[in-house]
Design a protein around this ligand. Structure first.
Ligand code: NAD
Length: 335
């Protein structure tokens, strides 16, 4: 039933049914690295919950998955507190929704940022990591966890060739980005696992997460993980004041960054970027599940801030699912 035809009571009841289901799927996905359903099934149920809660804000509960960054820190790994939280991203599934996001953001930006550009980036299908450097030395690496508390995986991350142990400048910074497993490494790993009678990983993201959160760092070292860094907790120590400049500066500092980014002046440019990478997706050496657009001026990002879960200055446009074969489902909701 369309949300607008529901009473608040009906919406509250439906939301109360959806939340435990999403929480349960989330646990299997984030904590056990073994999803129970395809992502698009999760995404549709999540979108329905968002629609219900948006139409009836009074029904939102503190434990709703819409109020938390997914995931938690595994009990047997040491914990790290993120002073500046690691967030998720809002997402949209159509160009019309993307245009609505743009229109809303433009209405809300301070007047001196009117006409701001976006930086378009590929949405890498991996897991978010934080790399902490003191005076240019790598001292700690962690997972996103629930956004506030992640897992300390310093020794695991130290085995990755793409992570610099010393930066080209002695900066004290927290650099954030994605750790992923290239497609070929994923196929090889699953083949080896199946030959050894072990369950294959469902997708490269779960394989990367499972490979990083290992007590035996040699296992991580053998898994051929790679990184693309794209963010910094606090940009003050950097020279640049734009998102596109940040990617260049991170590369100069020694990080692996994704070269495919593009500055977009308007939504036509964004759409052209989406068309290009929808076409190239299958040929890339790594999985992507969409693109991310980010307001390019870093001070504008800071001015817009974030909700409890997502930044207000960025959004992910998700591609339709790649596989033709998806889990058969009777979920046919109108959002
Ligand atoms: P998300 O993965 O959709 O988006 C946020 C993340 O995108 C960031 O944390 C970051 O790690 C990543 N990212 C990749 N490239 C980026 C870039 N260039 N710039 C910024 N960020 C970039 O959000 P989420 O909250 O982590 O997870 C939700 C996703 O997980 C959904 O796609 C959902 O389908 C999936 N999920 C699936 C199940 C399941 O059971 N199948 C359960 C829970 C979640």
């Amino acid at each position: 039933k369309p949300v607008k035809e529901l009473t608040q009571h009906q919406a509250a009841e439906e939301a109360a049914d959806l939340r435990p289901q999403l929480i349960d799927w989330g646990k299997q996905y984030y904590d056990a690295d073994a999803p129970a359903v395809e992502d698009d099934v999760y995404d549709r149920v999540y979108a329905r919950l968002v629609a219900l809660e948006t139409a009836f804000p009074a029904i939102v509960t503190a434990d709703s998955p819409t109020q938390h960054v997914g995931g938690s820190a595994r009990g047997d790994l040491p914990k790290v507190r993120h002073e500046i939280p690691m967030l998720s991203l809002g997402d949209v599934f159509s160009i019309d929704e993307l245009k609505d996001f743009d229109a809303r953001l433009r209405e809300n930006v301070p007047a001196n940022y009117a006409g701001f550009d976006y930086n378009c980036e590929l949405k890498i299908d991996g897991l978010a990591i934080n790399l902490h450097y003191e005076n240019g030395k790598f001292v700690q690496g962690s997972t996103r966890g629930n956004g506030q508390i992640g897992e300390d995986i310093t020794a695991n991350l130290a085995t990755l060739p793409s992570i610099p142990k010393t930066l080209t400048r002695p900066l004290t910074i927290d650099v954030r980005g994605e750790c992923y497993m290239p497609k070929q490494a994923f196929l090889d790993l699953n083949q080896r696992r199946e030959a050894q009678g072990q369950a294959p990983f469902a997708n490269p993201r779960n394989a990367a997460a499972g490979s990083l959160r290992q007590l035996d760092v040699q296992v991580t070292a053998d898994r051929k993980l790679a990184t693309f860094m794209y963010n910094i907790a606090d940009y003050d120590p950097l020279d640049t004041r734009t998102q596109s400049g940040l990617l260049d500066e991170l590369a100069e500092l020694g990080f692996s960054t994704n070269p495919t980014y593009q500055v977009a002046h308007d939504m036509d440019d964004v759409q052209a970027y989406i068309t290009t990478y929808t076409g190239q997706r299958a040929d890339l050496a790594y999985g992507i599940d969409g693109i991310v657009i980010k307001a390019n001026p870093l001070p504008l990002q800071r001015a817009m801030g974030a909700t409890v879960k997502v930044p207000r200055w960025a959004i992910a446009y998700k591609f339709p699912p790649e596989e033709v074969e998806t889990v058969v489902t009777d979920i046919e909701w109108t959002v």
